[in-house]
Write a protein that binds this ligand. Sequence first.
Ligand code: PEP
Ligand code: MG
Length: 595
Amino acid sequence: MPRRRAKFFQGIDASPGLHVGLVHLLDRRRVHIPKRHLPNADLEPEVLRFRQAVTDSVAQLESVRSKLCVRGSKEPGAIIDAHVLMMKDEMLIDGTESLIRQQALNAEWALQQVVAEIRKAFDAVEDDYFRERRSDVEFVGERVLRTLLGKDAEVRAPAHERAVVVSHDLSPADTAALGRDRVAAFVTEVGGKTGHTAIVARALELPAVVGVEGILANLGTGDRIIVDGYRGQVIVHPSEQMVREALARSQGLASRVAALKSELALPAETTDGQRIRLAANIEMADELGTALSYGAEAVGLFRTEFMFMGKKAPSEAGQRKVYSKILREMGSRPATIRTMDLGGDKSQRIFHTEPEANPALGLRSIRLSLRHRKAFLTQLRALLRASVEGKLRLIFPMISCQAELDQALEMLDEAKHQLDQKSLPYAADLEVGIMIEVPSTAYVAELFAPRVDFFSIGTNDLIQYMLAVDRHNEQVAYLYNPLHVAVLRLLHHVITEAHRAGVGISMCGEMAGDPLYLHILLGLGLDEISMNPVAMPYVRHLIRHSSAREARKLTRRVLRMETSEEIGRAVRDWMAERFPDFFNAEGHTDLLGGL
Ligand code: PEP
Ligand code: MG
């Protein structure tokens, strides 16, 4: 048989690692959904049939969940919990039941309509993280649908060991059901770095490439494939030569990564003795296990807004439980918990808001919290009550003027007063800080510093507002530059003023977790950098092989430069010269791929 030509596909590097294996194709989209109109007498039995399917689907998920036992990581389990909750969601259940009754439709068709409606609502959201949540709704809908149709809701395990699962999309439950033993890599047509396949694959430490458009039409089960999670590349029908090259490269990279991971317990200290605290950004309390297993010394940012995505705000007791859990697990290590940063690209259904032409500049974040005093006070009380459990650093997001800080502090005092009246305890030494993510506040950081205990620089928003570049708009992504001359000079100003006033200074935007900027951040003198936990082993290793004195030299040099291009070149060359495994003249090498 003539050898088939190799085909290359470029996707997104979702999880590092490289694997050569055989394809196990999972095409779960082809479910035929019948549409039937029912006589009146059949409507209530149809509703009951639907409810039974939901109950059965919940039971299936719960059994899948119990199989999920990923070392130290509870994250995929937490996503399955979220799916169970969605199955019980009023919108899904009541929506489907009323369609069955009002339009005399069969359950499958009604459910499909409701799922499409919910999906549409997610489509309108700009944020990648939330757009990815569309697939949650689809997975949940599909599972109930398959149960209704009497089809196998579970995916079939590959016939061959260490297979490469290729699918349009992959739910966490699918991944759990497939298990780590039989699967060695994942490829999906959709998804991004914050999607499920990426999260689960990273937790399982398996290579993954996502967003590979059109790949399903180009392969079949049993085809040979190379999945390169470092470069985000896939090769179908590779030649022997390609396989040899890929394996050689992968062995080199894998042993380097293993060496990095062996340093997790070592301090993040430069060769000349400068310590910098490595902290974790988390969105759910369950992520703490992963963060600690990667050696997090603090929680640098807990984004509480993710608890406020449902129809109702969580209760004071519910919130307190989550905050307490984090503080308890962190013990004497600090945990920065941010008050809800809702609105803008983080869409919410709890508070009524008018449509806005510019949501990023609109009624979002602290502005929304100050408008909804009752809910804000509830959150502040929950935080205060949890503060006795550990070392809480409470932080207000998006402060853009002094009046906003005045009001936020007044609300905190009011919450304390309410607790005092009931003789409920809270930590007296609670630290209070603000996010520096609006240029106005950064520019006059010296006026804010005496009023707070710490700053945390949110570069994601700070860069977006400073450069007038929407952080989620691919069209202008080329302008989004952490090494922009104005950004660096502003960072220098904020950090200098924080030091002058003796307040703690951290950075929790994505810039903090990108190893390319490490020497600039060391040179600027940050006390703490907070990042996605998976970046920590790389950042720790680089810190341990860096000299703070040298890093300051680089920073002084680039602060004198006048163009962003000159700075970019200088930083890349500097890092490539010192760490050729990690960086080259263009930026990252493969070793940092998939992060
Ligand atoms: C930031 O803006 O840098 C930040 C950390 O906050 P978020 O990404 O949640 O807006
Ligand atoms: Mg922000």
